[in-house]
Design a protein around this ligand. Structure first.
Ligand SMILES: [Zn+2]
Length: 320
């Protein structure tokens, strides 16, 4: 069997790796995406980096079975067309499978980044061995990936899994998508930081404020979790806020999908037990009991390599 290439393209950096069929990374690299220079430039750059690491691994393009790429936006895994992508200029409606496939002469597959990461977690991460999987990434926003009976659900145009825009609150907080009351406006890292800042505006007698050394703009979700772990009551309240809203949105998805496992990734998942412990309890308030009986809630395990491994997992899934 040949090798697989995984590509994780982001607004700033693009990670590329060569993997074998066991999902082990043989060689990887990262390049600046330079998305403002247009799709042709970006894809030529990716081609150059792919050929260069193949060369370092003493392999040729003929040794590669396929390349899979996670895109920060909706992307159709069947057609290879990116629906839209706000971070990359000229990628709206671009057929990346065709454009990059012609440059490299190998099959190229694309998918939404969190969809692809969920496939990676299913292949060799926290969801390995499961067939019904819900993956969520809680960071700047909230993205999702759904695997049902072993198959990724990518939807009619590749936009399935945009779970961050489930409406939780009528006329609620404004979301980055332009609508109001979306889940990610509350429970993403951005939502948590927004809540923390509004509370810090009226209360600065706490460890969280001390930890910022007067620089409110430096506030990240990690500061909140760290202060809470150190016993700060103010930050513990913020963690309770995060847990409550996370459970609120997650319950809608669990009731819909009845997954065996929920894999939580993204920056917020690094909080660990302080988040996952109470989350399982909180879910009981909102989720139908039958759906919770056998469920496991786990942190994602592939870390920074999740996108590369997921890309290769996508390519592998298309080879079968
Ligand atoms: Zn939204």
């Amino acid at each position: 069997m040949g090798y697989l290439i995984g590509v994780d393209i982001g607004g700033t950096n693009t990670k590329i790796g060569i993997l074998n069929h066991e999902g082990n990374i043989l060689k990887s690299t990262h390049i600046k995406t330079m998305g403002d220079r247009g799709s042709d430039y970006v894809l030529d750059n990716i081609k150059g980096a792919v050929l260069s690491i193949l060369n370092e691994a003493k392999l040729g393009i003929e040794d590669v079975e396929g390349l899979g790429m996670g895109i920060p936006g909706p992307a159709n895994t069947d057609t290879g067309v990116v629906e839209f992508c706000v971070n990359l200029k000229g990628w709206d409606k671009l057929n990346v499978s065709k454009a990059l496939g012609e440059k490299l002469g190998i099959p190229v597959y694309v998918g939404n980044d969190v969809n692809v990461i969920t496939l990676g977690e299913a292949w060799r991460g926290s969801a390995k061995g499961y067939k019904n999987i819900l993956g969520i990434a809680v960071g700047t926003g909230i993205g999702g990936g759904m695997v049902v009976n072993g198959n990724l659900v990518s939807g009619t145009s590749g936009a399935a899994g945009e779970v961050g825009h489930i409406k939780l609150i009528k006329n609620g907080k404004l979301c980055g998508c332009g609508q109001k009351g979306c889940w990610e406006a509350y429970a993403s890292a951005t939502g948590l930081i927004r809540e923390a800042k509004s509370r810090l505006a009226v209360n600065r007698e706490n460890l969280l404020w001390e930890s910022l050394n007067g620089n409110l703009e430096s506030l990240e979700a990690k500061h909140v979790f760290d202060a809470a772990k150190n016993g700060d009551a103010f930050s513990k309240d913020l963690v309770a806020y995060e847990v409550e809203y996370l459970a609120f949105g997650l319950s809608a998805l669990i009731n819909t999908l009845n997954p065996e496992v929920v894999v939580v990734g993204g920056g917020v998942s690094l909080a660990g037990d302080i988040l996952f412990g109470p989350l399982k309890e909180e879910l009981k308030k909102y989720t139908l009991p039958g759906s919770l009986e056998k469920i496991e809630i786990k942190a994602a395990s592939l870390g920074n390599e999740a996108g590369i491994i997921g890309g290769a997992a996508l390519a592998a899934s298309k080879q079968d």
